[in-house]
Structure formats: C-alpha cells, structure tokens
Design a protein around this ligand. Structure first.
Ligand code: FAD
Length: 550
C-alpha cells in the first residue's frame, strides 16, 4: 500500500491505492469513462476517480442528443459534423438501448434567421455527410406537410421546413454503461474521491493525492500517466501542475426545463430558431415529458449550477411563440437542469453559441495529459486519441505497436448486446410485470434487464415501484448499488433512475425507501438511513412569471 494510505480506506479507494496504475484518469464524466474504457480494452492497468458521482458534472446535464450538429453547418464546420455523424452511427450500434433514432421537425416561419433555402441546403448536406449510415435521409417539407406532422405548430407565417433524423440518448446512463464496460475489461474506479494535489517525481507527475468525500481520509494513487478529464474544471487541475497555466476553456451555462408533453402536444423532436434571439433551440420528447433547451450564457466553473429565472422565462417564451396553444407558464415546469459547457476558449469577441465544440489534447510541463472540450457524441473518438498519446508516454518507441487501438467502435457497451427484448418479455410476464414496466426496463438496461428480473425472482417485493408517478422498481436500487457503484440516494434518484427530473416532487417521496434499500447493500445503520434520505435535496424548478406568447 502506498505511503499516506490509511488501512481503513473504504474498499473502492483501497483497491486503487494498492497498486501503481499505467494510467489514472481524473474525472468520471463521459470523457473520463471513455478514456478508462479504451485504456482497459488496450490491456493497460487503468484507474479513474471522480470527486462526485460518475456523470454528476456536465455529462448528466446535456440535451441528450447524439448528433452531427446541424447548426455547425452554418459555420462550415463540415469536418466536425462528419466526425460526429460517424460517431452517431457507432453509438446507435454499440448502445441501442440507450441511443435511439429520433425524427426532428424544423419549422421555418416568416422572418426566421434561417430561411427555407438555407435550411434545405443544410439538410441536404447533412444527409450527404451521413450517407451510408443507419438513419433515413432528411426531407424538405411544405407548410401542409409540416402541419400534418406537428399540427400544433404556429401556422401563421409558417413557410415550410424539413424533417431529419438524429439520435437521443440517456446521457447519465451512457456514462454508467461505458464505465461498466471499462470495469469488465479490468479498469478500476472510485467516485467521491477528489484529487486535491498532484504528486511529482524527477520524471514529472507520478500520482495524485485524493480525499475521500464519503469520509475524510486521504490517499496517494500512483500512476505512470495522469489524464485530466475534468471537463469544465480542467483548468483547475492544470493549475495544480502549473500555477501559471493560462486557461484553455470558456465555460457557458446551458439550461433545460421539463414540462408534460401533452401541454405542448408534439410528437417529434423540434429544432427551431428562438424568436427571442435567433439561437437554435430544441423541444425534445422524453416519454410523456418534454424538455426544452437550451440557453448559452458565460458562467464560471464555480458558479451555482441551476437554471435561473431568466433561463426559464427565455425557454418558455420561445416555446410559446412556436406552439401558441401551449401557453406554458411557471406552474407547468416540473423540473429543470443546467450544465456547464467545457468550450475551448477562442476569440473572446465571439458570442457563446459561436464558440467551437471541438476538443483539444495537450501535455503539461510535468507530463499530465489534458483532454478538453468536445461533446457527448464524440467521446469515444476523443478517448482513442487520448490513448494514442498515453501509450506514447508509456513507451515512446513502440507504444502504438504494443498497445494498438482497441475495438471500442465494435464491442457493445454493457446492455447493448442485442436489440431484441423478446426473451425478457416472456420471463418478465411470468414474474407478473406489466408490459409497460418491461418496456421501461429494457430502455434503461437493454440485455441487463435479465439481472433486474433475477433480483425480482429472488425477492418478489423488489418488483414494487418506488414512487407513485414513476415506473422505477425497488430492484433497480439494489442493482444501482451492486453493479453501478451508487453511493448516495442522489446517485440513484438523479442519475441512475431520473426521478429527480421526471416527477413533480423531484423524487423526494422515494428518498426514505431508496435509503432503506441502499442500506441493505451498504450496511447503513438506522441513523445513517435517516441522514442519507435527508441529504437528498433536489432543487425545485425556479418559479417564473411568464407572459402568454411573446
Ligand atoms: P463532465 O461530465 O463535467 O465531467 C468532469 C468530471 O470531473 C465531473 O464529474 C467532476 O466531478 C470531475 N472532477 C472535477 N474536478 C475533479 C477533481 N479535482 N478530482 C476528481 N474529479 C474531478 N453534447 C452532445 O454531444 N450532445 C448534446 O445534446 C449536448 N448537449 C449539451 C447541453 C448542455 C446544456 C451542455 C452544458 C453540454 C452539452 N453537450 C452535449 C456537451 C457534453 O455534455 C459535454 O461535452 C460532456 O458531457 C463533457 O463531459 P466531460 O466528461 O468532459 O465533463
């Protein structure tokens, strides 16, 4: 065990402290877990720590799109779009339970910033760049065609528009599935382990000092290469290596609000330019809910991460202008979330939306690698690039030959082995689970639904829902702790089961039962159960007074 490690470190951290790793990843968002998976698949001894839960940063607060980024075509970023469309194709294949095709309608109204001809050119190019992929081609539509797809759109001033396909994804579960895939290949990871300092030797960075945020212990984790994948917080870690390092990121806050889908009455994803400021926005279906996003305002990485009143007002006003019958107001907002975009700093005179979403890999003066920028969609590709650099650090002469690229584009993520859930339907029905519940389980877990059904088989009480408004089952809480490394009630209710965003009380009613179920796995006392349930304090959506329409 390393010097500085206390013998009573919790098990997850003690495992990491017990040996030297080839590569240690700091940050368990999508970028970090992607790097861990690639490293483990190349046969490296790979480890990861996150100061909060996996995915608790930006990667559970996105617009949940796996997309080429139609709007980047406006800025002629064709290479970026082409690469993202390729990744979309791969993710649809390796995680079919989490990444699903979604049809988008794009209305064009009189006076919109993007007119019909510009849209037609963009959609045609989007189709060409995605050619040979696994989604249908875009189509240009007239007013009648558009209204037949989305009859509740404002018809006044409607000129026509288009229909195209992208993919929607459960971002937080994509993080977990990627992490699980890494663990299956021998990677190790601990959440709630914060890097508070870097350890250095004459050769450069040789490890990190972490603080256990579930307790108060500290440990030194040794590694030959350190990868900084802390997303919006990357500059903070870079300054631990070099206090004079200039920032490479510009962070902006993006907010979403959630409303009942029936209040808007749409079927497709809707891409439109906000009548308020001409920015591209989305109204996206999520079962019987819709989420609306997003805003884009400069924000410090230390800022409070929640949607504010101005964000809510902007999102609802923009949607009301497009769907006048919706008349969305503050009481319609069920929940909201906001995330920090880790954008590469460029020309400070550019507006936030015009800043590039590309990524950058750099090596610090003491050898730490930082991967910054990027997006959810391109995480797999970014990870491959990072690992090419890691193996060169490990063996400058023969690294790429010793550790060639891993088939991360072919091997399914955990749960993605098959698109067919017929075998589970039969087993689930025998256990008395209704088709809607089975459908829900398959969307969350894919082929791992089998593990959930096994839990129910051994204890029928685990088939009960944990909240009256949500299909999540008690068995999922046990699964979240046992297989998905959940440590806190929030990890379960927010990122694993999504009750925080999908129920009117943000999942509060389920907190005591969830804490009780977690206690069975984690050995919590009665007092600890009470504490952990009380600690769960999701933010209510900010109240706003929103005028009808514009
Ligand atoms: P994060 O997910 O933020 O992970 C960084 C992690 O580092 C965090 O978990 C944090 O706890 C940890 N950390 C920080 N400091 C330390 C430390 N000292 N020690 C240990 N751990 C530490 N992309 C798309 O492709 N499609 C979209 O639809 C999309 N929509 C978006 C919408 C919004 C509003 C935003 C904000 C972004 C969106 N993105 C989208 C971009 C995408 O979400 C991000 O690029 C991606 O999630 C960044 O992942 P990451 O792992 O780099 O960072």
């Amino acid at each position: 065990m390393n010097q500085g490690t206390r013998t009573f470190l919790r098990a997850g951290l003690a495992d990491l402290a017990a040996r030297e790793h080839d590569v240690l990843v700091v940050g368990g968002g999508i970028t970090g877990v992607g790097v861990l998976r690639d490293a483990a698949m190349r046969g490296l001894r790979a480890a990861l720590v996150d100061r909060a839960d996996f995915g608790a940063g930006t990667s559970s607060r996105s617009s949940r799109l796996i997309h080429g980024g139609l709007r980047y075509l406006e800025r002629f970023q064709w290479g970026l779009v082409f690469e993202a469309l390729r990744e979309r194709r791969i993710l649809l294949r390796i995680a079919p339970h989490l990444v699903r095709r979604l049809a988008f309608v794009v209305p064009v109204h009189q006076g919109d910033r993007v007119g019909r001809w510009k849209l037609a050119a963009g959609l045609t190019l989007y189709g060409v760049l995605a050619a040979g992929g696994n989604v249908p081609r875009p189509r240009i539509l007239g007013k009648a065609g558009l209204l037949s797809l989305e009859p509740n759109l404002r018809s006044r001033g409607l000129k026509g528009g288009g229909l195209y396909y992208d993919a929607q994804c459960d971002d937080a579960r994509l993080v977990i599935a990627t992490l699980r895939s890494a663990l299956q290949h021998g990677g190790v990871a601990a959440n709630y382990a914060e890097v508070i300092a870097l350890e250095t030797s004459a050769a450069g960075v040789s490890g990190v000092r972490v603080r256990d945020r579930l307790g108060s212990d500290e440990a030194v984790l040794k590694a030959r290469v350190i990868v900084n994948a802390t997303g919006p917080w990357s500059d903070g870690l870079r300054r631990m290596e070099d206090p004079t390092a200039n920032p490479i990121l510009r962070t902006t806050r993006g907010s979403h609000v959630v409303v009942r889908r029936s209040r808007i009455g749409h079927t497709h994803g809707i891409t439109f330019t906000s009548p308020v400021d001409g920015r591209v926005m989305f109204v996206l279906p999520w079962q019987d809910l819709s989420y609306i996003g997003t805003t884009d305002t400069d924000a410090s990485p230390d800022a409070d991460l929640s949607a504010d009143l101005a964000d809510v007002r902007y999102l609802l006003r923009s949607t009301n202008a497009l769907f006048p019958h919706a008349r969305l107001a503050e009481e319609d907002v069920i929940s909201s979330w906001a995330g920090l975009r880790p954008l590469l700093a460029s020309d400070p005179s550019l507006s936030a939306s015009a800043v590039s979403r590309e990524h950058r890999l750099l090596r610090g003066p003491k050898g730490m690698l930082t991967i910054a920028g990027g997006k959810l969609t391109t995480y797999r590709r970014m990870a491959a690039e990072v690992l090419d650099a890691v193996v060169k650090e490990l063996d400058p002469e023969a690294g790429r030959r010793r550790y060639p690229r891993a088939p991360t584009d072919e091997e399914p993520l955990v749960g993605g082995e098959s698109e067919s859930w017929e075998p589970f339907r039969h087993a689930g029905t025998e256990l008395g689970l209704p088709p809607t519940t089975l459908n829900y389980l398959f969307r969350q877990y894919g082929t791992e639904t089998a593990a959930l059904l096994n839990l129910v088989r051994t204890d029928r009480a685990l088939s009960r829902p944990i909240h009256p408004e949500h299909p999540a089952l008690a068995a999922e809480v046990i699964h979240a702790v046992r297989r998905e490394l959940a440590q806190r009630v929030e990890d379960v209710l927010d990122r694993r089961l999504h009750l925080a965003a999908e129920t009117a009380d943000q999942g509060r009613a389920a907190a005591p039962a969830v804490a009780g179920l977690m206690a069975r796995e984690l050995g919590w006392t009665t007092e600890r159960i009470r504490e952990e349930a009380a600690r769960f304090q999701p933010l209510p959506p900010p109240a706003a007074t929103v005028p009808d329409g514009l």
